[in-house]
Design a protein around this ligand. Structure first.
Ligand SMILES: [Zn+2]
Length: 289
């Protein structure tokens, strides 16, 4: 996709893979809700046959002379019980570097949460060892999220089979290399880029707020997977740690987008990958950017 500007920042991205053909019924939405919003859902978020698709994509944020990578996808060569993600062999780093950014140039890596598809390329396999992919970056992790997945504490939480081994492959090597920065809510990665809580999908799920040149955007990770979940926040897709918290996170995103024209940039939205909430006489809708 083409890079776009938000204020003084340039936003680019690298695609790992797509998951097409998901029935809209997977959201648990009733037919009336889909019909009421069909006009704006199509064509991006409702395809022929009432299907939709997910993107798996990393965001690359360039502000001044700093480069921040958000949610480095799944990574190659890792076992995964979900066949689409099992032992990937995808030229992701080639696609990443085709955006004009070398892995050595990255200053910060931020993971909204520690599911396999948001921290995989934190590391890569070299001579049989997992080593940091971005050797000169500080990796910014929310302390709450790291606590949720740390091997000493993970047994206290809901078991997530598809995430087995992810901490060991994608987080621990970064910590061991001294590149991890464990941060609290509100942490400023850069003066105009702040880590914020966005709990629910996972306990420590966090988001990244960019405010620059009079514009505002939120990298919302997996706070929602389909825009219908912003219209009806109790609709779920897949599993989650805390159903009440994720509903509150979605309501906050909607409110902030409406009141401040904030762009919402999730991890998995298909083209055009981002959008804003709008309210008109016809009701609430998510307008693709
Ligand atoms: Zn995800």
């Amino acid at each position: 996709m083409a890079a776009f500007a938000i204020g003084d920042a340039m936003i680019d991205s690298a695609l790992e893979l797509e998951m097409p053909g998901i029935p809209i019924t997977a959201l648990g939405a009733n037919g009336a809700l889909v019909e009421a919003h069909r006009a704006w859902l199509a064509p991006h978020f409702l395809e022929p046959g009432d299907l939709w698709r997910l993107n798996f994509r990393s965001w690359i944020v360039k502000i001044g002379d700093k480069i921040v990578v958000v949610d480095p996808c799944t990574g190659n060569g890792r076992p995964n019980p979900i066949p689409l993600f099992d032992r990937l062999d995808i030229p992701f780093l080639e696609r990443f570097e085709a955006t004009g950014t070398r892995v050595e140039d990255v200053d910060y890596v931020f993971c909204t949460h520690m599911h396999y598809d948001h921290c995989g390329w934190n590391t890569m396999l070299r001579d049989g060892r997992w080593v940091p992919t971005f050797p000169n970056a500080r990796y910014v992790f929310a302390r709450r999220e790291l606590d949720r997945w740390h091997p000493d504490r993970v047994a206290r939480y809901r078991r997530v089979a598809y995430n087995d081994g992810v901490y060991e492959r994608s987080i621990a090597p970064v910590v061991a290399a001294g590149l991890a920065e464990l941060v609290l809510d509100g942490h400023a990665i850069l003066p105009n880029l702040h880590v914020e809580p966005g709990p629910g999908h996972t306990h420590g799920h966090s988001m990244l707020r960019l405010v620059t040149g009079g514009a505002e955007a939120m990298f919302s990770g997996d706070a929602f997977h389909h825009p219908l979940q912003l219209i009806e926040p109790t609709l779920h897709f897949g599993d989650y740690d805390d159903g009440e918290a994720i509903v509150a996170t979605r309501r906050r995103l909607v409110e902030e987008s409406l009141t401040r024209d904030m762009l919402i940039i999730p991890a998995h939205l298909p083209h055009p990958h981002a959008g804003r909430m709008k309210r008109s006489a016809a009701g609430l809708r998510f307008e693709p950017a």
